[in-house]
Ligand binder design. Structure first.
Ligand SMILES: [Zn+2]
Length: 55
């Protein structure tokens, strides 16, 4: 059975330790396109995405 985690993507796209809000949003948007492991998107990031009209 295939793992839902796209390990290669994760290895190539590590979240920077002190990521800015822009970087975090970008990471989660890209993550959803490439991987199905669904880490929880932090509330603060979700709010910011909604303010920007993203879902
Ligand atoms: Zn993932």
């Amino acid at each position: 059975m295939a793992s839902p985690i796209n390990k290669e993507w994760h290895l190539a796209h590590r979240m920077p330790e002190k990521a800015s809000m822009d970087q975090r949003i970008h990471w989660h948007v890209e993550h959803r396109k490439h991987c199905r492991c669904r880490p929880e998107i932090p509330l603060r990031v979700r709010e910011e995405m909604e303010e920007r009209g993203m879902r």
